[in-house]
Design a protein around this ligand. Structure first.
Ligand code: NAD
Length: 473
């Protein structure tokens, strides 16, 4: 298509043409129109970006931490000054509804960057341990591989702490969301980040992603994405013995206890299941409810679901936009059909196209009732607006069902506060939100089990990018 934006890699502080000729289209899932294209990067492109990052490393790691923190604060300001552009870019690339995109896809990432600038204050870079001096040093060149569902957030959750630690970065964004990465590269340049400290190589996971994971010149790979791809990254990285930090999929349980405020538990529960069209890693896709209150809770959920309008993601009233792509639409639709075939009750939504929205990647938000804990829809990550309500007989069974998953990323408990806290402590998951408590951006974020092995955000998020050196005197 003539006139559409043609991206180039970002290497050594400037746009750089790719080694190959192949391009990858960027498609707006609300219309299925091609809106831009990006280079299908190659291993040679990764080599060039790694060389730029290696060249920039000695100087950047020698910059005092307070100055690196000031640079990160300028990045935060740059994002804050570009909120509307980031929000509309994410909306056009992956269909996130604009009202949500503004808050969660643009403002939240700016707050994450600010929070890292603040972590620098009082950070312990060196400490005395008897006769040893323990020094924290940047790990080196970091490969950052990110998914499409929260493209700016996932980028800054890696890039800001890596830069603060004194590392340099080669980013590979998802093929679905390169425009957000390009806008972020502009923000880093405007913030005065020196050439080569931050680089972007676009392209497929199987080519660019694997080249990053297996690269001898990359000291650490920080990966966010599906559990399957995370395993491939680990395999590709093995021979280099680099550090591999993985933030992977989830199938989080929202445990509603007998003594919970049911209306609140259901309202917040549905919101956290369907945020971003259900395309969030920690989505509370399993609602665990006391069996004797199952029907009452399903009724409340169905009533709440009526306020989730599906439609054009650029309309501020839209709560659920299209899925991020027709591939994702197909995947979610197949899971809805599988749930029906396996005998779960469709309480809301169901399979089939959304009337009047056949031109985009839309699905019908769906609530399944009476779902068996081992059903496919209760075990596999669907990554769409599909909620499974699962009855439990008693609290021990609730905990057992919550933990009956290969994943352990997020979760929630609603109930009398001390009671809910006690149940939260029994959940094998990296974070639990009790009674809708506010998400703390400085607390460690990451997964148990096959949800990953890393921890992002706050002080722990910076420590991921540091080596420890002991100097014995
Ligand atoms: P994905 O795994 O398909 O892709 C993620 C990234 O990895 C992309 O950049 C992709 O190109 C790359 N990739 C794919 N195969 C690769 C390989 N073999 N080697 C190297 N790189 C490879 O995931 P997605 O569909 O983009 O995103 C959705 C997934 O991400 C969901 O599973 C979701 O739960 C997960 N996610 C996790 C978190 C978290 O913090 N734990 C946050 C957001 C999303």
């Amino acid at each position: 298509m003539s006139g559409q934006r043609a991206l180039q890699h970002w290497i050594g502080g400037a746009e750089a043409a790719g080694d190959g000729q192949e391009r990858i289209d960027v498609v707006n899932p609300a219309t299925n129109a091609v809106i831009a294209d990006a280079p299908a990067g190659t291993a040679a492109d990764v080599d060039r970006a790694v060389a730029a990052a290696q060249r920039a490393l000695p100087q950047w790691s020698a910059v005092p931490a307070s100055e690196r923190a000031a640079a990160i604060a300028r990045i935060a300001d740059g994002i804050k000054g570009t909120i509307d552009s980031f929000a509309s870019t994410v909306t056009s690339e992956m269909g996130s509804p604009i009202s949500y995109a503004k808050v969660m896809q643009a403002e939240l990432p700016s707050q994450v960057v600010s929070s890292f600038a603040a972590v620098a204050d009082g950070f312990t870079w060196e400490e005395e341990l008897g006769n040893a001096l323990v020094v924290r040093e940047p790990i080196g060149v970091v490969g950052a591989i990110t998914p499409w569902n929260a493209p700016l957030y996932q980028t800054v959750a890696k890039v800001a702490p890596a830069l603060l630690a004194g590392c340099t970065v080669v980013l590979k964004p998802s093929v679905a969301t390169p425009l957000t990465a390009a806008l972020f590269a502009e923000v880093t340049a405007a913030a005065g980040i020196p050439a080569g400290v931050f680089n972007v190589v676009y392209g497929a996971g199987s080519v660019v992603g694997e080249a990053i994971a297996g690269h001898q010149g990359i000291d650490m790979v920080s990966f966010t994405g599906s559990t399957g791809a995370g395993k491939q990254v680990s395999i590709a990285a093995t021979n280099t013995v680099k550090r591999v930090a993985l933030e992977l999929g989830g199938k989080s349980a929202n445990v509603i206890l007998d003594d919970a405020d049911l209306q609140r538990a259901v309202d917040i529960g549905l919101e956290f299941a369907w945020l971003n069209g259900g395309q969030t890693c920690a989505a509370w896709t399993r609602m665990l409810v006391p069996a004797h209150r199952h029907d009452e809770i399903v009724e409340l959920a169905v009533a709440a679901a009526a306020s989730y309008g599906v439609g054009d993601p650029t309309d501020p009233a839209t709560r659920i936009g299209p899925m991020s792509s027709t591939a994702q639409q197909g995947r979610v639709s197949r899971y809805i059909e599988r749930g029906i075939a396996d005998g779960a009750t469709v309480a809301f939504g169901g399979s089939g196209p959304v009337e009047g929205l056949e031109h985009g990647a839309y699905v019908r938000p769906t609530i399944f009732a009476n779902v068996a804990p081992d059903a496919v829809i209760a075990q596999e990550e669907i990554f769409g607006p599909v909620l499974s309500v699962i009855p439990y007989a008693d609290e021990d069974e609730a905990v057992a069902i919550a933990n009956n998953s290969i994943y352990g990323l997020g979760g929630a408990v609603f109930g009398e506060p001390d009671h809910a806290l006690a149940v939260a402590k029994r959940m094998r998951t990296g974070q639990v939100i009790v009674n809708g408590g506010e998400f703390n951006l400085t607390a460690p974020f990451g997964g148990y089990k096959q949800s990953g092995n890393g921890r992002e955000l706050g002080r722990t998020g910076v420590e991921e990018f540091l080596e420890l050196k002991a100097i014995h005197r």
